[in-house]
Design a protein around this ligand. Structure first.
Ligand code: 2HA
Ligand code: ZN
Length: 273
């Protein structure tokens, strides 16, 4: 128990790979972006002594719904670019303390750092998603280029924004039938934006932070990443074509056909049928 090298843990390898992919796609400049991954106690215990708390770090909010849960989370001020070569300084593994107010660090943040400034949005979103999907394990935040560009030229209305994305790639409505939630520009790093994000997460696995970036949620790193990747692809097609005359389009009746054929529960109110 607890004596295998955590750097070889499949959950850490997958996490690092996700951060590197996001960096290489240009979504996470400098310290932009953050990822949180809910770990099972037994998988943590295979690599770490779960009775040895390295440091206790106040959360700054009440996370009592997550008491005793373990998270792998990127560090504040850390660059996605550097996660792969130095996970121990750039990410950390902690457990939520018995009073729900602290993070009990078990590994990582070795240079004295701590979790991302967006932890309120992450943990509050985990709480919200777990109520909808008990298997949800990942929340990630990023600044994907075309999605962000689209924020400046497209109306930030959930129905219209989702509809435009669905129109840009045939499979969009199948990948995110629940659509995209949108928050207006808000001050980031606060409990308020955390509460607002979590409220949207009750309904959506994707939440755009107006003129800032996007959040994705999923059962796995691949699911959360894939959702953001698909939105970004659609936003890229939109930005590449928005200024050109539209000659062809995927019709709402065709999107309905897709959703029905693939058996997904889509937002019918986001189509104009
Ligand atoms: O700190 O992306 O929203 C990284 C961020 C903040
Ligand atoms: Zn951000």
């Amino acid at each position: 128990m607890g004596n295998k090298d955590v750097l070889n843990a499949p959950f850490l390898r997958a996490f690092v790979k996700t951060a590197s992919n996001m960096y290489r796609l240009g979504w996470d400049e400098r310290n932009g972006g953050n990822i949180s991954y809910l770990l099972h106690e037994d998988e943590v215990a295979e690599y770490l002594n779960i009775n040895k708390v390295v440091r206790t770090i106040p959360l700054g909010f009440d996370a009592k719904e997550l008491i005793g849960k373990y998270f792998l989370v990127t560090g504040t001020g850390k660059y996605f670019k550097n996660v792969e070569e130095d996970p121990a300084n750039n990410v950390g593994i902690f457990r939520i303390s018995k009073d729900g107010l602290n993070a009990e660090l078990l590994w990582g943040y070795e240079d004295g750092g701590k979790f991302t400034s967006e932890l309120p949005s992450h943990l509050m979103s985990h709480i919200a998603r777990l109520k909808v999907d008990p298997e949800n394990r990942v929340i990630l935040h990023s600044h994907p280029t075309y999605t962000l560009a689209m924020n400046f030229v497209h109306k930030l209305d959930e129905k219209e924004f989702t509809h435009t994305l669905w129109e840009m790639c045939t499979e969009c409505i199948v990948v995110f039938p629940d659509g995209v939630g949108i928050l207006p520009w808000m001050l980031c790093g606060t409990n308020s934006i955390g509460e607002a994000t979590a409220k949207k997460m009750e309904e959506f696995r994707l939440v755009v932070w107006g003129m800032h970036g996007i959040y994705g949620a999923g059962k796995t790193l691949d699911e959360a990443f894939g959702l953001v990747e698909t939105v970004e692809k659609a936003a890229q097609i939109y930005i590449l074509t928005a200024h050109l005359p539209r000659v062809n389009t995927i019709k709402d009746s065709e999107m309905k056909e897709l959703a029905e054929y693939f058996g997904v529960n889509y937002r019918k109110d986001f189509l104009n049928l």
